[in-house]
Design a binder for this molecule. Structure first.
Ligand code: AMP
Ligand code: ZN
Length: 440
């Protein structure tokens, strides 16, 4: 039976969580071979395997994985929507996509078995940190296409907790729910946790005066200092949760009670750390790009997915007894993707939108700030000089048009500042499009 507290520790699936490394490697190889066979049913991998002359039976060791070129977000986009599908559509029960874009987002399809294994991973993560049947779990994450809300929801339901599917935003209502139902566990974006504390203050309430004992924070980069600040404000333990939609969503890597790195579930994902420039594997301890292969997915297996997230494997074992290796909290990205309020944004999306609007210049600058614990994006845009000579009304109309245009595309309403031509810094090489002033 899943989920048992014993004197040896708190494990959802003790056998798997503490499996010795040799057995784990054998399990991985068996699952990898199956995954490659399954992936060959998809248009994309079928072509790729033909191109490189690979057959599933050629994969005799985990190291053979290196023969397969990595898969990128662009590959997924280019084969949108069904190019990676490895089952018939009849088998699918759910789709999700990455946060942020309303355009051709990367889409992931799941069979029932995919949903079941993803759910199980989240139960494992939450059980590990102490969630139990008696808990009241308030999910303050977006539901819908984004994976955060539903992923945690199913995992907690399997543990048997009482779930409050609050969704994102509406701070006063969140606080009301926390109070009225004596919420004990929350799932929240770290920047929103900081912002929510200011709403407690506005209401003349003490953020320490709740029943919350555990928070899951993730979906965006945050520092150890920021975690400590959140823990100090609320008086609960905050556990870092890492995941990405291409690998289901949350439940890829999660902190245990020792909070010393995130256990990455190696029975479900094959982990590589590659040098992002050469794509050569790096040893444990060295920082590089996290590259992941799904090991149990049927609907849409993905092989060697370049997450573009920078981290390292923490050498050594964890005192909790789990044998799955730990990654360090994400240090940054190898591309220019920004994450604001948990939403992924690429500067190119902003550029494209601006270029669609007549009389807007080429130059723009994105500034990210954290004011009163509130994350803000300002887009400074150069517009034709004549706007500054004519009616102010036109300037305001243009400003609003840009702001609304951006909101429809990046799902966040930025503050838009219109500036005169040539007033923004010009760089000689690659334009610096982003200034991130967010501090802890
Ligand atoms: P999405 O596919 O929309 O779920 O976005 C996934 C991306 O969010 C990851 O590739 C990371 O860049 C980022 N992310 C998710 N969780 C964390 C976390 N705990 N710390 C830092 N970045 C995170
Ligand atoms: Zn541990």
């Amino acid at each position: 039976m899943a989920g048992r507290d014993t004197e040896e520790g708190m494990y959802w699936e003790k056998d798997i969580e503490t499996m010795n490394r040799e057995d784990l490697a054998a399990l991985q190889l068996e699952r990898l071979q199956k995954t490659i066979g399954q992936a060959a049913n998809s248009f994309y991998y079928n072509n790729l395997f033909k191109e490189i002359g690979l057959k599933a039976e050629d994969v005799l060791a985990l190291a053979d994985l290196g023969k397969i070129p990595p898969t990128t977000k662009d590959d997924l986009r280019e084969h949108w929507p069904y190019g990676f599908l490895a089952t018939s559509k009849d088998e699918l029960v759910r789709m999700h996509s990455s946060s942020g874009t309303t355009g051709r987002a990367t889409v992931i399809f799941h069979t029932q078995s995919d949903i079941d294994s993803w759910t199980n991973l989240l139960s494992r993560c939450m059980y590990m940190t102490g969630m139990r049947k008696r808990d009241v779990f308030q999910i303050m994450m977006t539901y819908g296409l984004f994976t955060g809300g539903l992923g945690f929801h199913y995992g907690a339901e399997k543990i048997g907790a009482l779930i409050i599917p609050a969704g994102a935003g509406n701070s006063k209502r969140q606080i009301q729910l926390l109070k009225d139902f004596e919420t004990t566990v929350i799932h929240i974006i770290p920047s929103y946790a900081l912002h929510l504390s200011t709403v407690f203050e506005e209401l003349d309430m003490d953020p320490q005066d709740t029943h919350i004992r555990i928070a899951y924070i993730g979906a965006e980069p945050h520092s150890e200092k920021m975690r400590q600040k959140i823990e100090a404000i609320y008086g609960f333990k905050a556990f870092n949760s890492y995941g990405l939609s291409e690998m289901n969503g949350p439940g890829v890597a999660f902190e245990c009670p020792f909070q010393n790195g995130l256990h990455i579930w190696e029975d479900n994902f094959l982990v590589e750390i590659l040098d992002p420039a050469t794509l050569q594997p790096l040893p444990d301890g060295a920082e590089g790009e996290l590259v992941l292969t799904t090991l149990v997915r049927e609907g849409m297996p993905i092989i060697r997915y370049r997450t573009k997230d920078l981290t390292r494997i923490i050498p050594g074992t964890c005192p909790c007894g789990r044998t799955h290796r730990r990654i360090e909290r994400i240090k940054g990205r190898t591309d220019d993707m920004l994450i604001l309020k948990g939403v992924n944004i690429f500067p190119i999306q902003i550029e494209k939108k601006l270029m669609e609007i007549p009389r807007v210049g080429k130059n723009f600058l994105i500034i990210l700030d954290r004011e009163d614990y509130n994350d803000q994006m300002t887009v400074k845009v150069e517009v034709e000089r004549q706007f500054f000579q004519g009616d102010l009304k036109h300037l305001e109309q243009l400003r609003r048009k840009i702001s609304e245009g951006l909101k429809s595309d990046i799902l966040i309403t930025p503050k838009v500042d219109l500036v005169e031509p040539d007033s923004l810094p010009q760089s000689e090489g690659k334009a610096q499009r982003v200034i991130d002033n967010r501090k802890d």
